[in-house]
Every structure is written in structure tokens, then in C-alpha cells.
Design a protein around this ligand. Structure first.
Ligand SMILES: [Zn+2]
Length: 405
């Protein structure tokens, strides 16, 4: 990991040097691309990423575990979420120095929804403006005194912003202006729409021109995908901007509590049929195939390697004999993952290093891994735990009972 961070920091230094040149600016997107490239390389090659080594696309790796990914944060999306936070500060008119600066330099009295990016605008500001369409449906104002809400550009009722149905010409013809607030609209129109508008635009009947609540500041909420109104938080933005994929039914089998991530990772690839077994290699390299390294009877495949091959069957059988004990907690998944992990490791050792470990040695290695795993667990003291300790020659960390006050 140190290597990765060194490479990233070298790249950053280069980019920082570029920033000092006139006319060049910091490009977050490039930095994110570089970091993702190094993370991707670390995951699949433990170093520089080489062609054809990624077994799962980076987009899929960044999905939550429930959707079949590894739950790694997608930095591009995370950058967007943080930019949305800045945008939200402007929309909600937060009292900060930066928002005041944006109002005086970039908005100059216009609504954030109305302005266009200029050619000489900063990259950051352009990126923020690009996100407006993505989040507009998530912003809703609740009228209190009506002074903070622009009548035309802000969302203050379920029908969407009024600027989408009323033209600027009609606004001026009614004696109103682009800056009219909801408070002004309701007072000026005495709780009614300008004459003829309701007949011209039937959607206006959806708007509730409720009575204003003097002295109470307008509220603004983030409407999430399910329609719930939330006090703004980046966790909701993250969830709503994430492209969600269907849930996979195997994630709990693979990513259970106390799993060993290295083993779960290999099992998740096996379940998705992403391990480079010979049946897969045969599709794109028909002349470059070998027989199963254990039995030499057929090509290896996920099914053959982990379940049908005599070598694996023998390892499973031996382990099952050991597991015929009444255990106090569920750790069957740990054992299965260990078996898959070590069988895959042995298969690769035999192909690439010509090392061989027989079934008995494999069982010993797996038992030792289980023993180490058990030694790290904190458990409640019980008779069953004592039995497990004796059987596995291991000493658990016994959880102390909390004192009752
Ligand atoms: Zn075999």
C-alpha cells in the first residue's frame, strides 16, 4: 500500500506543479482517475495494472457488497456528492463566506438555477453547475415566511418549479419580476394567482398558496428516492446518486461477520465464475489449456475444482469428520471459505510453481487457519466453548460480563 501512496503523491506533486503555470487548473477528475487506476492495479496485480488482469470491472468492484461488489467507495461519485454539498449550501442560502462570495461574484442577484457557466469560470464552479439537473428533483422548500424562496426557480410544491410553465414575458406582464419571492407573490396576489393564469396553466391548481407564517424561516429538505423528506446529509445524496443494481442472494454467505476478507474475495470471484479456470481460458486460448492439476482427468472448472475433483472431495471429507462436533456458534461459512481459498491457492501453486501439497497437508493447513481464527474470537464462557478449546488446542478470549450499576 505504501508503494501506491508514494506513486499517488508523486503524481499529485506533478499536478500541483502544473497548477502554478498560468492558465492551468487543478483537475480533480484526473487525480481521481489516477487514484482509481492505482487501487485497481493493487487489487488485481499487487502493483501496476496490466491488460486483461481485472476479473471484475472497476464499476462493479465499487458496488455495495449486497449488490455483488466489494463496497469500495467510487471516488468519482464521492467527489460529486461533496460538490452537491457545496451546491446545496448555495441553494439553501447558507450563511458562509464562500456562499456570500458566490452570490456576489457568480450569481450577481440571479438564481442558482438560472445562471450559465462562463468560459472563464473555474473548473470547480462548472462542475457544481453541471450537477443542478441531477439534484433538482431532490430539493423541496417548505413555505414559512416565504422570503427565502424564489417564486419561479425554486421547488416549493409538488408540481416542479414554475419557470417550467410560466414564461418571463407573462411574469412581467403580471407586474411581477424574476426576483419575486413566494412571500411577495402571495401578498401581491392576495393569495391568488394573477388573473387568467389558472385557466391557462391547469397545473397551477396543484399549488397550495397557503398562508404565510410571519417570522418563521422557510425550510428546505432533500427528497430521497423513496419520497421521504430529509434534513440534508451527504449519506442521502450518496444513496440517491448511486446507480443501484439488483441485490445478489449470495452476499451474506460470502461477507458474513468475522469473515476473512482475503478468503471472501476469492469465494466471491468463484461464485461469479470469475476465477481463471481452464474451462474459461479455453474460450479465448484454445491451444493453451492444461488438465486439472489434481486429477489430470478433465479441464478444471469451478464445479470440478471445488466439488467434483477427487482431491477436493478428500479434503472436504477430512474436514467434515473434524466438524462433526456440536459447535456453539455458526462458523460453517468460515470453513467453506477456507477450503475454497486453499484449494484455489494449491491449484495455482501447482500450475505456476510446481509445488505440491497432498490432501493431508492441506487439511493440516486449513485446521491451523481455523485454530488461528478461533484464537482471535472473543466468546462467552460455556461448557461447549471448553470442548472446542480442548479439541482445537486453542484458548479463546473470554468476554467479561459487564458490571450492572
Ligand atoms: Zn480434478
Amino acid at each position: 500500500m505504501t508503494g501506491i501512496m508514494e506513486r499517488i503523491s508523486k503524481k499529485r506533486t506533478k499536478n500541483e506543479a502544473k497548477m502554478t503555470k498560468p492558465g492551468t487548473e487543478w483537475k480533480n477528475v484526473n487525480v481521481i482517475y489516477d487514484i482509481n487506476k492505482h487501487l485497481n492495479g493493487f487489487l488485481w496485480c499487487q502493483g501496476e495494472l496490466t491488460k486483461g488482469k481485472s476479473k471484475v470491472s472497476w464499476d462493479n468492484v465499487c458496488k455495495p457488497k449486497e449488490q455483488g461488489g466489494l463496497g469500495i467507495k467510487d471516488l468519482k461519485l464521492w467527489n460529486e456528492v461533496l460538490l452537491v454539498k457545496q451546491l446545496w449550501n448555495v441553494i439553501s442560502k447558507k450563511n458562509t463566506l464562500w456562499v456570500k462570495w458566490v452570490n456576489s461574484e457568480n450569481l450577481k442577484g440571479k438564481s442558482i438555477w438560472e445562471v450559465n457557466a462562463k468560459a472563464n469560470s473555474s473548473v470547480g464552479w462548472k462542475e457544481i453547475l453541471k450537477l443542478r439537473d441531477k439534484i433538482r428533483k431532490h430539493v423541496i422548500w417548505k413555505i414559512r415566511d416565504g422570503n427565502s424562496i424564489n417564486a419561479w426557480y425554486d421547488n416549493w410544491n409538488t408540481g416542479g418549479p414554475l419557470c417550467e410553465i410560466v414564461t418571463t414575458r407573462e411574469i412581467y406582464d403580471a407586474g411581477l419580476s424574476i426576483d419575486t419571492t413566494v412571500a411577495e407573490l402571495i401578498v401581491m396576489g392576495e393569495g391568488k394567482w394573477p388573473e387568467g393564469w389558472e385557466n391557462a396553466y391547469h397545473i397551477l391548481n396543484l399549488y397550495n398558496l397557503s398562508r404565510l407564517q410571519e417570522g418563521k424561516k422557510d425550510d428546505i429538505f432533500w427528497v430521497d428516492k423513496s419520497g421521504h423528506e430529509r434534513v440534508f446529509g451527504t449519506k442521502y445524496v450518496w444513496k440517491d446518486l448511486c446507480c443501484s443494481s439488483p441485490r445478489v442472494d449470495w452476499h451474506k454467505i460470502v461477507w458474513f461477520s468475522k469473515c476473512i476478507p482475503r478468503h471472501s474475495f476469492i469465494v466471491s470471484l468463484a461464485i461469479q465464475n470469475r476465477l481463471n479456470t481452464q474451462d474459461r481460458i479455453a474460450i479465448w486460448k484454445p491451444n493453451d489449456i492444461i488438465q486439472c492439476v489434481f486429477c489430470k482427468k478433465c479441464l478444471d472448472s469451478i464445479e470440478h475444482l471445488f466439488f467434483s475433483c477427487n482431491f477436493s472431495k478428500e479434503v472436504w471429507r477430512e474436514m467434515q469428520k473434524t466438524l462433526n462436533v456440536n459447535m456453539a456458534f455458526s462458523w460453517g461459512n468460515t470453513v467453506e471459505e477456507l477450503l475454497v481459498y486453499y484449494i484455489w491457492q494449491e491449484r495455482n501453486k501447482r500450475i505456476f510453481k510446481e509445488d505440491r501439497r497432498d490432501e493431508k497437508t492441506m487439511v493440516q493447513i486449513i485446521k491451523e487457519a481455523i485454530r488461528l481464527k478461533l484464537a482471535g474470537l472473543e466468546v462467552k464462557d460455556s461448557r461447549t466453548i471448553k470442548e472446542v478449546e480442548d479439541r482445537w488446542s486453542v484458548q479463546f478470549q473470554i468476554r467479561k460480563n459487564r458490571s450492572v450499576r
